[in-house]
Design a protein around this ligand. Structure first.
Ligand code: UFG
Length: 339
């Protein structure tokens, strides 16, 4: 059985990917420092998968501990999720982002080199495109100067991985450019639970619906879109998780050393449409107001996913309503009181 090291495996996307890896016969080894997740996630994953899951509390910047883990397991590939991801925070604390996101990738790659592990699937983001000229955006669109230090860490990380491919003929990587992951596992055992006030739209919507927050602020309704609010490609986190399994299958079948894929549904939804989908599945009228634009937001972006569909043999199954329904069930399971 292939052992896959999953950094950030207790996080939102990481935990859902661990489930899909197990469902497909891979053996995940989780490394997480719980800086934006909770050790309870491991317990819930074990309940969901009905088995124990190897996991380590460790920081990916810690070369010594990472080496010990590689020494203990015969790891055949890595998925690197572990990173900070709050766009606004990255503007106020850039060094924290450069150190963690870029530092940990370099440390991980050094250890991989030492142990002769040469395949890595990397969590990139559609943020690398900024505001594209053409929509839907495809993988060969121009990469623009990043809007935030966070976005820049994703661009630099992609370049680092490309350079590693160039330097070492054995080294192979898949860069998955995620659009906006939302939703939760239908079991409601795992889902998204950001620490503190959510930055992202969907957890803010569900937490407002549940009474944890008084009201949602829509960041601007004067954009050049059909209803004036920003447009994103919201993808169910399980569909996104499955793309990682497909990435390993692609690496096994192909000889290319680098694959770059957009992982989105191919459909754009506005903030108001997303709220409407929530209201439909929950039966709740959401309290919201219109506020100012948020600095750094792109007006509209959605994916061309043709390449992932054709080459990865991947496709998104869930609709926006499915994702909202699962997100809402997860929120209800968390209870009325904020932890
Ligand atoms: N929004 C609101 N109110 C909120 C939160 C968000 O109106 O309280 C709006 C935003 O302005 C935006 C949309 O909802 O138009 C989506 O915002 P998110 O913060 O959920 O998502 P982003 O598209 O800004 O960012 C996400 C991830 C990043 C990733 C990026 C890629 O958080 O990590 O997608 O575009 F890089």
């Amino acid at each position: 059985m292939h052992k896959i090291l999953v950094t950030g495996g207790a996080g939102y996307i990481g935990s859902h990917t661990v489930v899909e890896l197990i469902n497909s016969g891979f053996e995940p080894i989780i490394v997480d420092n719980y800086s934006n997740s909770n050790p309870l996630v491991i317990q819930n994953l074990e309940k969901l998968c009905n088995r124990s899951i190897t996991h380590y509390e460790a920081d990916c910047n810690d070369e010594k501990v990472l080496s010990e883990i590689f020494n203990e397991h015969n790891i055949s590939g890595v998925i690197h999720f572990a990173a900070y991801k709050a766009v606004g925070e990255s503007v106020s604390e850039p060094l924290k982002y450069y150190e963690n996101n870029i530092g940990s990738l370099i440390t991980l790659l050094k250890v991989m080199n030492r142990f002769d592990v040469s395949t890595i699937v990397f969590s990139s983001s559609c943020t690398v495109y900024g505001q594209p000229d053409q929509l839907p955006v495809s993988e060969n669109a121009v990469i623009r100067p990043a809007n935030s230090p966070y976005g820049y860490t994703k661009q630099v990380s992609e370049t680092i991985l490309q350079d590693c491919v160039h330097a070492n003929p054995k080294f192979r990587t898949v860069l998955l450019r995620y659009f906006n992951p939302i939703g939760a596992h239908p079991s409601s055992l795992i889902g998204e639970l950001p620490i503190g006030i959510p930055n992202n739209l969907v957890p803010f919507i569900t937490q407002t619906g549940a009474g944890w927050r008084n009201e949602l602020t829509i960041f601007g309704d004067d954009y050049n879109t059909s209803d004036g609010t920003c447009i994103r490609d919201y993808i169910h986190v399980i569909d996104l998780a499955k793309a990682h399994v497909k990435a390993f299958e692609w690496l096994e079948k192909n000889t290319d050393s680098i694959g770059v894929f957009n992982i989105g549904t191919g459909n754009g939804s506005s903030v108001l449409q997303t709220i409407q989908a929530f209201e439909k599945v929950s039966g709740i009228k959401l309290a919201y107001k219109i506020g100012n634009r948020r600095e750094g937001d792109v007006e509209q972006i959605w994916a061309s996913n043709d390449k992932a569909v054709n080459e990865l043999n991947w496709k998104a199954i869930y609709s926006l309503e499915d994702a909202m329904d699962h997100a809402w069930k997860w929120q209800l399971k968390l209870g009325e009181k904020q932890p």
